[in-house]
Design a protein around this ligand. Structure first.
Ligand code: FES
Ligand code: MG
Length: 591
Protein backbone atom coordinates (compact mmCIF):
# COMPACT_ATOMS: atom_id res chain seq x y z
CA UNK A 1 0.00 0.00 0.00
CA UNK A 2 1.30 3.46 -0.79
CA UNK A 3 0.27 6.75 0.73
CA UNK A 4 -0.15 10.14 -0.82
CA UNK A 5 1.88 12.99 0.70
CA UNK A 6 -1.41 14.33 2.09
CA UNK A 7 -1.72 11.42 4.53
CA UNK A 8 1.57 11.15 6.37
CA UNK A 9 2.87 7.67 7.18
CA UNK A 10 3.18 6.54 10.81
CA UNK A 11 6.96 7.08 10.59
CA UNK A 12 6.41 10.69 9.55
CA UNK A 13 3.74 11.42 12.10
CA UNK A 14 6.26 10.41 14.80
CA UNK A 15 8.64 13.11 13.59
CA UNK A 16 10.37 15.28 16.21
CA UNK A 17 9.67 19.05 16.16
CA UNK A 18 11.49 21.09 13.53
CA UNK A 19 14.79 22.45 14.68
CA UNK A 20 15.43 26.15 15.09
CA UNK A 21 18.70 27.98 14.40
CA UNK A 22 19.48 27.91 18.13
CA UNK A 23 19.15 24.09 18.14
CA UNK A 24 21.83 23.60 15.51
CA UNK A 25 24.82 21.60 16.67
CA UNK A 26 27.14 24.05 14.91
CA UNK A 27 25.76 26.90 17.04
CA UNK A 28 27.80 25.48 19.93
CA UNK A 29 30.92 26.34 17.97
CA UNK A 30 29.80 29.62 16.44
CA UNK A 31 26.97 31.38 18.21
CA UNK A 32 28.42 32.27 21.62
CA UNK A 33 29.90 35.50 22.87
CA UNK A 34 33.05 33.84 24.15
CA UNK A 35 36.66 33.37 23.18
CA UNK A 36 36.17 29.93 21.59
CA UNK A 37 33.36 31.08 19.27
CA UNK A 38 35.40 34.18 18.44
CA UNK A 39 38.24 31.88 17.38
CA UNK A 40 35.98 29.75 15.15
CA UNK A 41 34.33 32.79 13.54
CA UNK A 42 37.58 34.61 12.94
CA UNK A 43 39.00 31.53 11.21
CA UNK A 44 35.94 31.25 8.96
CA UNK A 45 36.49 34.92 8.07
CA UNK A 46 40.10 34.00 7.32
CA UNK A 47 38.71 31.88 4.45
CA UNK A 48 36.69 34.79 3.11
CA UNK A 49 33.36 33.89 4.67
CA UNK A 50 31.18 36.46 6.44
CA UNK A 51 28.64 35.93 9.28
CA UNK A 52 25.84 35.79 6.68
CA UNK A 53 27.45 32.59 5.32
CA UNK A 54 26.89 30.67 8.55
CA UNK A 55 24.49 32.49 10.86
CA UNK A 56 21.28 30.49 11.23
CA UNK A 57 22.39 28.05 8.52
CA UNK A 58 23.05 24.31 8.87
CA UNK A 59 26.72 23.49 8.35
CA UNK A 60 26.85 20.58 5.93
CA UNK A 61 29.95 18.41 5.77
CA UNK A 62 30.52 16.85 2.38
CA UNK A 63 32.65 13.77 2.94
CA UNK A 64 34.42 13.34 -0.38
CA UNK A 65 36.26 10.09 -1.14
CA UNK A 66 37.90 11.46 -4.31
CA UNK A 67 41.53 10.47 -4.89
CA UNK A 68 43.87 10.24 -7.87
CA UNK A 69 44.14 6.55 -7.04
CA UNK A 70 40.41 5.91 -7.30
CA UNK A 71 39.11 5.81 -10.90
CA UNK A 72 35.62 4.96 -9.62
CA UNK A 73 35.43 8.34 -7.85
CA UNK A 74 37.36 10.48 -10.36
CA UNK A 75 34.28 12.62 -11.11
CA UNK A 76 33.86 13.47 -7.42
CA UNK A 77 36.57 16.11 -7.81
CA UNK A 78 34.10 18.27 -9.72
CA UNK A 79 30.81 16.62 -8.75
CA UNK A 80 31.25 17.93 -5.22
CA UNK A 81 30.60 21.42 -6.65
CA UNK A 82 27.10 20.26 -7.65
CA UNK A 83 26.45 19.04 -4.12
CA UNK A 84 27.65 22.40 -2.76
CA UNK A 85 25.36 24.25 -5.18
CA UNK A 86 22.40 22.30 -3.82
CA UNK A 87 23.36 22.98 -0.20
CA UNK A 88 23.68 26.71 -0.90
CA UNK A 89 20.35 26.84 -2.75
CA UNK A 90 18.60 25.34 0.26
CA UNK A 91 20.19 27.79 2.69
CA UNK A 92 22.94 25.61 4.09
CA UNK A 93 26.69 26.20 4.37
CA UNK A 94 28.67 23.46 2.55
CA UNK A 95 32.15 22.45 3.75
CA UNK A 96 34.08 19.75 1.93
CA UNK A 97 36.01 17.24 4.01
CA UNK A 98 38.28 14.83 2.13
CA UNK A 99 38.32 11.34 3.63
CA UNK A 100 40.10 8.07 2.78
CA UNK A 101 39.18 6.91 -0.71
CA UNK A 102 39.48 3.12 -0.11
CA UNK A 103 40.22 2.37 -3.75
CA UNK A 104 39.31 -1.21 -4.57
CA UNK A 105 41.71 -1.27 -7.46
CA UNK A 106 44.94 -0.12 -5.88
CA UNK A 107 44.87 -0.81 -2.13
CA UNK A 108 46.88 -3.82 -1.01
CA UNK A 109 46.79 -6.29 0.59
CA UNK A 110 43.07 -5.63 0.25
CA UNK A 111 40.71 -2.67 0.52
CA UNK A 112 38.80 -4.60 3.20
CA UNK A 113 41.69 -3.98 5.58
CA UNK A 114 40.73 -0.30 5.38
CA UNK A 115 36.90 -0.35 5.44
CA UNK A 116 36.89 0.11 9.19
CA UNK A 117 39.55 2.82 8.95
CA UNK A 118 37.21 4.89 6.76
CA UNK A 119 34.30 4.06 9.06
CA UNK A 120 36.28 5.37 12.03
CA UNK A 121 37.39 8.42 10.11
CA UNK A 122 33.84 9.19 9.01
CA UNK A 123 32.50 8.96 12.55
CA UNK A 124 35.26 11.06 14.08
CA UNK A 125 35.40 13.68 11.32
CA UNK A 126 31.69 14.31 11.74
CA UNK A 127 31.84 14.30 15.53
CA UNK A 128 34.88 16.55 15.84
CA UNK A 129 33.71 19.31 13.48
CA UNK A 130 30.81 21.78 13.75
CA UNK A 131 28.63 19.65 11.50
CA UNK A 132 24.83 19.63 11.44
CA UNK A 133 24.42 17.18 8.58
CA UNK A 134 26.58 15.15 6.20
CA UNK A 135 26.61 14.27 2.52
CA UNK A 136 28.49 11.02 1.99
CA UNK A 137 30.13 10.64 -1.43
CA UNK A 138 31.21 7.07 -2.12
CA UNK A 139 30.55 4.06 -4.31
CA UNK A 140 33.66 1.95 -4.87
CA UNK A 141 33.04 -1.26 -2.92
CA UNK A 142 34.04 -0.70 0.72
CA UNK A 143 33.44 3.05 0.68
CA UNK A 144 29.65 2.62 0.86
CA UNK A 145 29.45 0.49 4.00
CA UNK A 146 32.31 2.42 5.60
CA UNK A 147 30.67 5.83 5.15
CA UNK A 148 27.28 4.55 6.25
CA UNK A 149 28.70 2.75 9.30
CA UNK A 150 30.56 5.87 10.42
CA UNK A 151 27.66 8.23 9.79
CA UNK A 152 25.31 5.89 11.65
CA UNK A 153 27.57 5.96 14.69
CA UNK A 154 27.99 9.74 14.45
CA UNK A 155 24.22 10.12 14.42
CA UNK A 156 23.72 13.43 12.58
CA UNK A 157 21.37 13.54 9.53
CA UNK A 158 23.21 12.05 6.55
CA UNK A 159 22.45 11.39 2.90
CA UNK A 160 24.38 9.11 0.56
CA UNK A 161 25.48 10.22 -2.92
CA UNK A 162 26.47 7.09 -4.83
CA UNK A 163 29.21 7.46 -7.46
CA UNK A 164 27.14 5.69 -10.09
CA UNK A 165 28.24 2.84 -12.33
CA UNK A 166 30.56 3.41 -15.29
CA UNK A 167 29.28 2.93 -18.84
CA UNK A 168 29.30 -0.47 -20.55
CA UNK A 169 32.76 -1.62 -21.62
CA UNK A 170 33.38 -2.39 -25.27
CA UNK A 171 35.77 -4.56 -27.27
CA UNK A 172 35.27 -5.00 -30.98
CA UNK A 173 31.56 -4.40 -30.60
CA UNK A 174 31.24 -6.85 -27.69
CA UNK A 175 30.01 -5.57 -24.35
CA UNK A 176 32.57 -5.95 -21.55
CA UNK A 177 31.67 -6.06 -17.86
CA UNK A 178 34.02 -5.01 -15.02
CA UNK A 179 35.75 -7.87 -13.31
CA UNK A 180 33.65 -10.68 -14.77
CA UNK A 181 35.02 -10.30 -18.30
CA UNK A 182 38.55 -9.75 -17.01
CA UNK A 183 38.46 -13.18 -15.33
CA UNK A 184 36.70 -14.76 -18.30
CA UNK A 185 39.11 -13.50 -20.96
CA UNK A 186 42.12 -14.15 -18.71
CA UNK A 187 41.15 -17.83 -18.68
CA UNK A 188 40.90 -17.70 -22.49
CA UNK A 189 44.36 -16.13 -22.60
CA UNK A 190 45.73 -18.83 -20.27
CA UNK A 191 44.16 -21.45 -22.54
CA UNK A 192 45.95 -19.82 -25.51
CA UNK A 193 42.74 -18.64 -27.21
CA UNK A 194 43.55 -14.91 -26.93
CA UNK A 195 46.84 -13.22 -27.87
CA UNK A 196 48.69 -10.21 -26.48
CA UNK A 197 47.22 -7.75 -29.00
CA UNK A 198 43.62 -8.66 -28.16
CA UNK A 199 44.37 -8.65 -24.45
CA UNK A 200 45.76 -5.12 -24.83
CA UNK A 201 42.58 -4.01 -26.60
CA UNK A 202 40.45 -5.46 -23.81
CA UNK A 203 42.57 -3.53 -21.29
CA UNK A 204 41.70 -0.29 -23.09
CA UNK A 205 37.99 -1.05 -23.50
CA UNK A 206 36.80 -2.60 -20.26
CA UNK A 207 36.62 0.63 -18.21
CA UNK A 208 35.62 3.47 -20.53
CA UNK A 209 34.22 6.13 -18.18
CA UNK A 210 34.38 7.32 -14.59
CA UNK A 211 32.21 5.45 -12.13
CA UNK A 212 32.25 2.21 -10.17
CA UNK A 213 32.14 -1.32 -11.61
CA UNK A 214 29.01 -1.71 -13.76
CA UNK A 215 28.43 -5.40 -13.17
CA UNK A 216 26.39 -6.47 -10.14
CA UNK A 217 29.56 -6.44 -8.07
CA UNK A 218 29.98 -5.17 -4.57
CA UNK A 219 29.73 -1.52 -5.61
CA UNK A 220 26.40 -1.85 -7.46
CA UNK A 221 25.13 -4.11 -4.69
CA UNK A 222 26.09 -1.80 -1.84
CA UNK A 223 24.80 1.39 -3.46
CA UNK A 224 21.50 -0.39 -4.19
CA UNK A 225 21.45 -1.43 -0.55
CA UNK A 226 22.03 2.18 0.50
CA UNK A 227 19.00 3.18 -1.57
CA UNK A 228 16.85 0.29 -0.31
CA UNK A 229 17.78 1.26 3.26
CA UNK A 230 16.41 4.70 2.52
CA UNK A 231 19.77 6.51 2.67
CA UNK A 232 19.77 7.91 -0.91
CA UNK A 233 17.29 9.87 -2.94
CA UNK A 234 14.95 7.64 -4.99
CA UNK A 235 16.69 6.18 -8.04
CA UNK A 236 20.10 7.62 -7.13
CA UNK A 237 22.05 4.35 -7.13
CA UNK A 238 21.29 3.34 -10.72
CA UNK A 239 22.32 6.54 -12.52
CA UNK A 240 25.56 6.05 -14.51
CA UNK A 241 28.35 8.32 -13.30
CA UNK A 242 28.72 10.33 -16.57
CA UNK A 243 24.94 10.86 -17.01
CA UNK A 244 23.79 14.44 -16.40
CA UNK A 245 21.09 12.93 -14.21
CA UNK A 246 23.94 12.18 -11.82
CA UNK A 247 24.76 15.89 -11.63
CA UNK A 248 21.11 16.71 -10.92
CA UNK A 249 20.88 13.98 -8.27
CA UNK A 250 24.01 15.33 -6.57
CA UNK A 251 22.58 18.86 -6.39
CA UNK A 252 19.22 17.53 -5.20
CA UNK A 253 20.98 15.58 -2.42
CA UNK A 254 22.69 18.84 -1.38
CA UNK A 255 19.34 20.59 -1.22
CA UNK A 256 17.70 17.74 0.65
CA UNK A 257 20.31 17.38 3.43
CA UNK A 258 19.62 20.96 4.55
CA UNK A 259 15.94 20.17 5.04
CA UNK A 260 16.88 16.89 6.76
CA UNK A 261 18.79 18.89 9.37
CA UNK A 262 15.73 21.04 10.15
CA UNK A 263 13.60 17.86 10.28
CA UNK A 264 16.22 16.09 12.45
CA UNK A 265 15.93 13.14 10.08
CA UNK A 266 18.80 11.04 11.47
CA UNK A 267 20.08 7.62 10.32
CA UNK A 268 18.55 6.14 13.47
CA UNK A 269 15.06 7.13 12.27
CA UNK A 270 15.65 5.59 8.84
CA UNK A 271 17.76 2.50 9.51
CA UNK A 272 15.23 0.38 11.37
CA UNK A 273 14.90 -3.40 11.31
CA UNK A 274 12.32 -3.02 8.52
CA UNK A 275 14.81 -0.97 6.48
CA UNK A 276 17.50 -3.64 6.83
CA UNK A 277 15.03 -6.35 5.85
CA UNK A 278 14.15 -4.29 2.78
CA UNK A 279 17.87 -4.03 2.00
CA UNK A 280 18.33 -7.80 2.27
CA UNK A 281 15.31 -8.41 0.02
CA UNK A 282 16.57 -5.98 -2.60
CA UNK A 283 20.09 -7.45 -2.41
CA UNK A 284 18.68 -10.91 -3.12
CA UNK A 285 16.54 -9.68 -6.00
CA UNK A 286 19.61 -8.03 -7.51
CA UNK A 287 21.64 -11.27 -7.39
CA UNK A 288 23.95 -9.49 -5.03
CA UNK A 289 27.64 -9.74 -4.25
CA UNK A 290 28.48 -12.12 -1.39
CA UNK A 291 30.27 -9.18 0.25
CA UNK A 292 26.85 -7.66 0.96
CA UNK A 293 26.41 -10.11 3.82
CA UNK A 294 29.47 -8.96 5.73
CA UNK A 295 28.81 -5.26 5.16
CA UNK A 296 25.11 -5.34 5.98
CA UNK A 297 25.68 -7.26 9.20
CA UNK A 298 28.26 -4.65 10.23
CA UNK A 299 26.01 -1.74 9.20
CA UNK A 300 23.02 -3.17 11.04
CA UNK A 301 25.01 -3.69 14.22
CA UNK A 302 26.00 -0.02 14.11
CA UNK A 303 22.30 0.83 13.91
CA UNK A 304 21.53 -1.47 16.84
CA UNK A 305 19.74 -4.01 14.64
CA UNK A 306 20.74 -7.68 14.94
CA UNK A 307 21.02 -9.19 11.46
CA UNK A 308 22.47 -12.69 11.12
CA UNK A 309 23.46 -15.07 8.34
CA UNK A 310 20.10 -16.79 8.82
CA UNK A 311 18.27 -13.61 7.77
CA UNK A 312 20.07 -13.79 4.43
CA UNK A 313 19.47 -17.50 3.98
CA UNK A 314 15.77 -17.11 4.76
CA UNK A 315 15.42 -14.26 2.28
CA UNK A 316 17.33 -16.19 -0.38
CA UNK A 317 14.75 -18.98 -0.19
CA UNK A 318 11.83 -16.63 -0.86
CA UNK A 319 13.14 -13.73 -2.95
CA UNK A 320 13.65 -14.41 -6.67
CA UNK A 321 16.58 -12.91 -8.57
CA UNK A 322 14.87 -10.54 -11.01
CA UNK A 323 17.73 -8.20 -12.01
CA UNK A 324 19.21 -9.74 -15.14
CA UNK A 325 22.60 -8.16 -14.58
CA UNK A 326 25.95 -9.96 -14.85
CA UNK A 327 27.42 -12.04 -13.30
CA UNK A 328 24.20 -13.74 -12.09
CA UNK A 329 22.39 -12.56 -15.23
CA UNK A 330 23.71 -13.34 -18.67
CA UNK A 331 23.66 -10.19 -20.72
CA UNK A 332 23.07 -6.89 -19.10
CA UNK A 333 24.98 -4.31 -17.11
CA UNK A 334 24.01 -1.40 -14.84
CA UNK A 335 23.51 1.00 -17.75
CA UNK A 336 20.83 -1.34 -19.11
CA UNK A 337 19.35 -1.61 -15.62
CA UNK A 338 19.16 2.20 -15.42
CA UNK A 339 17.39 2.45 -18.78
CA UNK A 340 15.01 -0.32 -17.71
CA UNK A 341 13.81 1.85 -14.82
CA UNK A 342 16.54 1.36 -12.21
CA UNK A 343 16.10 0.42 -8.59
CA UNK A 344 12.68 2.10 -8.05
CA UNK A 345 11.30 -0.05 -10.87
CA UNK A 346 12.85 -3.19 -9.39
CA UNK A 347 11.46 -2.35 -5.95
CA UNK A 348 8.08 -1.74 -7.55
CA UNK A 349 8.18 -5.29 -8.90
CA UNK A 350 8.97 -6.63 -5.39
CA UNK A 351 6.04 -4.69 -3.92
CA UNK A 352 4.61 -7.02 -1.30
CA UNK A 353 8.02 -8.37 -0.26
CA UNK A 354 9.04 -4.91 1.01
CA UNK A 355 7.92 -2.84 3.98
CA UNK A 356 6.67 0.19 2.06
CA UNK A 357 6.13 2.23 5.24
CA UNK A 358 9.88 2.50 5.85
CA UNK A 359 11.02 6.12 6.05
CA UNK A 360 13.73 7.42 3.70
CA UNK A 361 15.98 10.46 3.38
CA UNK A 362 13.45 11.97 0.96
CA UNK A 363 11.20 12.51 3.99
CA UNK A 364 8.71 10.16 2.38
CA UNK A 365 8.17 6.45 2.73
CA UNK A 366 9.70 3.87 0.42
CA UNK A 367 6.21 3.22 -0.94
CA UNK A 368 5.74 6.90 -1.77
CA UNK A 369 9.17 7.03 -3.40
CA UNK A 370 8.50 4.15 -5.77
CA UNK A 371 4.83 4.84 -6.52
CA UNK A 372 4.46 5.00 -10.29
CA UNK A 373 7.91 3.54 -11.03
CA UNK A 374 7.75 1.61 -14.30
CA UNK A 375 9.84 -1.16 -15.83
CA UNK A 376 10.75 -0.35 -19.44
CA UNK A 377 12.38 -3.67 -20.31
CA UNK A 378 10.98 -6.91 -18.91
CA UNK A 379 14.08 -8.85 -19.85
CA UNK A 380 16.40 -6.64 -17.79
CA UNK A 381 14.10 -6.33 -14.77
CA UNK A 382 12.07 -9.51 -14.72
CA UNK A 383 8.74 -10.09 -13.05
CA UNK A 384 8.60 -12.11 -9.84
CA UNK A 385 6.79 -14.79 -11.87
CA UNK A 386 9.55 -14.90 -14.52
CA UNK A 387 12.80 -14.50 -12.57
CA UNK A 388 16.28 -15.48 -13.72
CA UNK A 389 16.45 -17.65 -10.57
CA UNK A 390 13.40 -18.39 -8.49
CA UNK A 391 15.57 -18.54 -5.37
CA UNK A 392 19.17 -18.72 -4.30
CA UNK A 393 21.05 -15.48 -4.73
CA UNK A 394 23.01 -16.61 -1.69
CA UNK A 395 23.03 -19.69 0.49
CA UNK A 396 24.48 -20.10 3.97
CA UNK A 397 26.07 -23.48 4.65
CA UNK A 398 27.09 -25.00 7.97
CA UNK A 399 28.79 -28.19 9.04
CA UNK A 400 31.97 -29.49 10.63
CA UNK A 401 34.05 -27.34 8.25
CA UNK A 402 32.17 -24.12 9.03
CA UNK A 403 30.42 -24.19 12.42
CA UNK A 404 29.67 -20.42 12.24
CA UNK A 405 28.67 -20.58 8.60
CA UNK A 406 29.96 -19.82 5.13
CA UNK A 407 28.31 -18.60 1.95
CA UNK A 408 27.95 -19.54 -1.69
CA UNK A 409 26.23 -17.84 -4.60
CA UNK A 410 24.39 -20.77 -6.22
CA UNK A 411 23.03 -18.51 -8.96
CA UNK A 412 26.57 -17.98 -10.28
CA UNK A 413 27.88 -21.56 -10.12
CA UNK A 414 27.67 -24.63 -12.37
CA UNK A 415 24.53 -26.62 -11.34
CA UNK A 416 26.34 -30.00 -11.11
CA UNK A 417 28.57 -28.64 -8.31
CA UNK A 418 25.73 -27.72 -5.97
CA UNK A 419 25.85 -31.26 -4.56
CA UNK A 420 29.39 -32.62 -4.72
CA UNK A 421 31.86 -34.77 -2.85
CA UNK A 422 35.51 -34.75 -3.84
CA UNK A 423 39.06 -34.90 -2.50
CA UNK A 424 40.50 -31.68 -1.08
CA UNK A 425 43.56 -30.03 -2.58
CA UNK A 426 44.66 -27.69 0.21
CA UNK A 427 46.82 -24.57 -0.05
CA UNK A 428 48.12 -22.74 3.02
CA UNK A 429 48.76 -19.42 1.30
CA UNK A 430 48.02 -17.52 -1.89
CA UNK A 431 51.51 -17.58 -3.48
CA UNK A 432 51.79 -21.39 -3.28
CA UNK A 433 48.28 -21.78 -4.69
CA UNK A 434 49.03 -19.35 -7.52
CA UNK A 435 52.20 -21.22 -8.48
CA UNK A 436 50.54 -24.64 -8.26
CA UNK A 437 47.57 -23.87 -10.51
CA UNK A 438 49.93 -22.78 -13.29
CA UNK A 439 51.89 -26.05 -13.02
CA UNK A 440 50.57 -28.36 -15.71
CA UNK A 441 51.96 -31.38 -13.82
CA UNK A 442 49.66 -30.66 -10.84
CA UNK A 443 47.82 -33.79 -9.66
CA UNK A 444 44.25 -32.50 -9.98
CA UNK A 445 40.97 -33.54 -11.58
CA UNK A 446 37.72 -31.61 -12.12
CA UNK A 447 36.32 -33.51 -9.09
CA UNK A 448 38.89 -32.04 -6.72
CA UNK A 449 37.84 -29.40 -4.22
CA UNK A 450 40.36 -26.54 -4.22
CA UNK A 451 40.90 -25.12 -0.73
CA UNK A 452 42.68 -21.92 0.27
CA UNK A 453 43.12 -21.13 3.95
CA UNK A 454 44.80 -18.43 6.06
CA UNK A 455 42.89 -15.93 3.93
CA UNK A 456 40.31 -14.73 6.48
CA UNK A 457 39.97 -11.46 8.43
CA UNK A 458 43.15 -12.09 10.47
CA UNK A 459 44.85 -14.62 8.25
CA UNK A 460 44.73 -12.68 4.96
CA UNK A 461 45.08 -10.26 6.61
CA UNK A 462 41.93 -8.32 5.81
CA UNK A 463 40.08 -11.18 4.11
CA UNK A 464 41.26 -10.53 0.54
CA UNK A 465 39.17 -11.35 -2.52
CA UNK A 466 41.04 -14.56 -3.26
CA UNK A 467 38.01 -16.85 -3.07
CA UNK A 468 37.61 -17.38 -6.81
CA UNK A 469 40.66 -19.64 -6.95
CA UNK A 470 41.87 -19.98 -10.54
CA UNK A 471 41.00 -23.25 -12.26
CA UNK A 472 44.31 -25.14 -12.69
CA UNK A 473 45.79 -24.40 -16.12
CA UNK A 474 45.88 -28.06 -17.06
CA UNK A 475 42.09 -28.29 -16.59
CA UNK A 476 41.38 -24.93 -18.26
CA UNK A 477 43.07 -26.35 -21.37
CA UNK A 478 40.74 -29.35 -21.13
CA UNK A 479 37.76 -26.99 -21.15
CA UNK A 480 36.97 -27.06 -17.42
CA UNK A 481 35.51 -23.68 -16.38
CA UNK A 482 34.11 -24.36 -12.89
CA UNK A 483 35.21 -26.37 -9.86
CA UNK A 484 34.21 -26.43 -6.22
CA UNK A 485 36.41 -24.04 -4.27
CA UNK A 486 36.46 -23.32 -0.52
CA UNK A 487 38.19 -20.58 1.42
CA UNK A 488 37.92 -18.30 4.42
CA UNK A 489 38.46 -15.32 2.10
CA UNK A 490 35.94 -13.24 0.15
CA UNK A 491 35.51 -12.90 -3.58
CA UNK A 492 34.79 -9.94 -5.78
CA UNK A 493 31.10 -9.42 -6.43
CA UNK A 494 31.97 -9.53 -10.12
CA UNK A 495 33.33 -13.08 -9.73
CA UNK A 496 31.42 -16.25 -10.39
CA UNK A 497 31.73 -20.00 -9.98
CA UNK A 498 31.19 -22.63 -7.29
CA UNK A 499 33.12 -20.69 -4.66
CA UNK A 500 32.36 -21.24 -0.99
CA UNK A 501 33.51 -18.21 0.96
CA UNK A 502 33.70 -16.59 4.40
CA UNK A 503 34.27 -19.92 6.20
CA UNK A 504 33.90 -19.01 9.85
CA UNK A 505 35.72 -19.23 12.13
CA UNK A 506 38.72 -18.76 9.84
CA UNK A 507 41.65 -21.21 9.82
CA UNK A 508 44.12 -18.64 11.22
CA UNK A 509 42.29 -18.61 14.56
CA UNK A 510 41.99 -22.41 14.61
CA UNK A 511 38.75 -22.87 12.67
CA UNK A 512 38.25 -26.43 11.34
CA UNK A 513 39.52 -25.43 7.90
CA UNK A 514 42.97 -25.43 9.56
CA UNK A 515 42.59 -29.19 10.17
CA UNK A 516 41.78 -30.23 6.61
CA UNK A 517 44.45 -32.13 4.65
CA UNK A 518 44.94 -32.76 0.95
CA UNK A 519 43.12 -35.97 0.02
CA UNK A 520 40.40 -35.69 2.70
CA UNK A 521 36.94 -35.99 1.18
CA UNK A 522 34.85 -32.84 1.38
CA UNK A 523 31.10 -32.98 0.94
CA UNK A 524 28.97 -30.00 -0.05
CA UNK A 525 25.19 -30.05 -0.36
CA UNK A 526 23.80 -26.60 -1.14
CA UNK A 527 20.08 -27.57 -1.06
CA UNK A 528 20.66 -29.13 2.40
CA UNK A 529 22.91 -26.19 3.39
CA UNK A 530 25.74 -28.51 4.50
CA UNK A 531 29.53 -28.43 4.26
CA UNK A 532 31.56 -31.19 5.91
CA UNK A 533 34.91 -32.90 5.82
CA UNK A 534 34.43 -36.65 5.89
CA UNK A 535 37.01 -37.19 8.61
CA UNK A 536 36.34 -39.03 11.89
CA UNK A 537 35.88 -37.02 15.07
CA UNK A 538 38.85 -38.80 16.68
CA UNK A 539 41.09 -37.85 13.79
CA UNK A 540 39.84 -34.25 13.89
CA UNK A 541 40.59 -34.11 17.64
CA UNK A 542 44.10 -35.49 17.08
CA UNK A 543 44.81 -32.94 14.39
CA UNK A 544 43.51 -30.15 16.61
CA UNK A 545 45.82 -31.21 19.45
CA UNK A 546 48.80 -30.95 17.06
CA UNK A 547 47.84 -27.52 15.71
CA UNK A 548 50.22 -24.57 16.29
CA UNK A 549 49.14 -20.93 16.39
CA UNK A 550 50.53 -19.03 13.38
CA UNK A 551 52.95 -16.12 13.63
CA UNK A 552 51.29 -12.69 13.95
CA UNK A 553 51.31 -10.58 10.79
CA UNK A 554 51.97 -7.25 12.51
CA UNK A 555 53.91 -6.04 15.52
CA UNK A 556 53.06 -2.34 15.10
CA UNK A 557 50.85 0.09 13.24
CA UNK A 558 47.28 -0.05 11.97
CA UNK A 559 47.59 -3.75 11.12
CA UNK A 560 48.46 -4.52 14.75
CA UNK A 561 45.35 -2.71 15.96
CA UNK A 562 43.29 -4.38 13.23
CA UNK A 563 44.49 -7.83 14.33
CA UNK A 564 43.56 -7.17 17.94
CA UNK A 565 40.01 -5.98 17.29
CA UNK A 566 38.66 -7.41 14.02
CA UNK A 567 35.54 -9.59 14.19
CA UNK A 568 34.93 -12.77 12.20
CA UNK A 569 33.05 -12.86 8.89
CA UNK A 570 29.70 -13.94 10.37
CA UNK A 571 29.91 -10.94 12.73
CA UNK A 572 30.49 -8.42 9.93
CA UNK A 573 34.24 -7.86 10.46
CA UNK A 574 33.77 -4.64 12.41
CA UNK A 575 36.22 -3.68 15.15
CA UNK A 576 34.79 -4.76 18.49
CA UNK A 577 35.27 -1.29 19.98
CA UNK A 578 33.31 0.38 17.16
CA UNK A 579 30.21 -1.72 17.69
CA UNK A 580 27.36 0.18 19.28
CA UNK A 581 27.08 -2.22 22.20
CA UNK A 582 30.79 -2.02 23.13
CA UNK A 583 30.51 0.73 25.73
CA UNK A 584 28.71 3.89 26.73
CA UNK A 585 27.77 6.17 23.81
CA UNK A 586 30.39 8.74 22.86
CA UNK A 587 29.20 12.16 23.96
CA UNK A 588 29.57 15.54 22.28
CA UNK A 589 33.08 17.02 22.39
CA UNK A 590 33.84 19.79 24.85
CA UNK A 591 34.31 23.11 23.12
FE1 FES B 1 35.81 0.56 -7.70
FE2 FES B 1 35.04 -1.93 -8.74
S1 FES B 1 37.02 -1.03 -8.58
S2 FES B 1 33.88 -0.40 -7.78
MG1 MG C 1 34.88 -5.48 -6.20
Amino acid sequence: MTRSPASPSPALSEAPPRKTAEDLRSARWLAHDDLRSFGHRSRLRQMGYAPDDWTGRPLIAILNTWSDFNPCHAHFKTRVEDVKRGVLQAGGFPLELPVHSVSETFLKPTSMLYRNMLAMETEEVIRAHPVDGAVLMGGCDKSTPALLMGATSAGVPAIYVPAGPMLRGNWNGKTLGSGSDAWKFWDERRAGNIGEAEWNEIEGGIARSHGHCMTMGTASTMTAIAEALGMTLPGASSIPAPDMGHVRMSAASGRRIVEMVWEDLTPARIQTRAAFENAITVAMAMGCSTNAIIHLIAQARRAGVAITLEDFDRASRTVPVIANVRPSGERYLMEDFFFAGGLPALMGRLGGLLDLDALTVSGRTLGENIAGAKVHDDDVIRTVENPIYSEGALAVLRGNLAPEGCVIKPSACAPHLRVHTGPALVFDDYPSMKAAVEDEALDVTPDHVLVLRNAGPLGGPGMPEWGMLPIPKKLVKQGVRDMLRISDSRMSGTSYGACILHVSPESYVGGPLALLRTGDLVSVDVPARRIDMLVSEDEIAARRAALHAPEPHYERGYGWMFSRHIGQAHEGCDFDFLETSFGAPVGEPSI
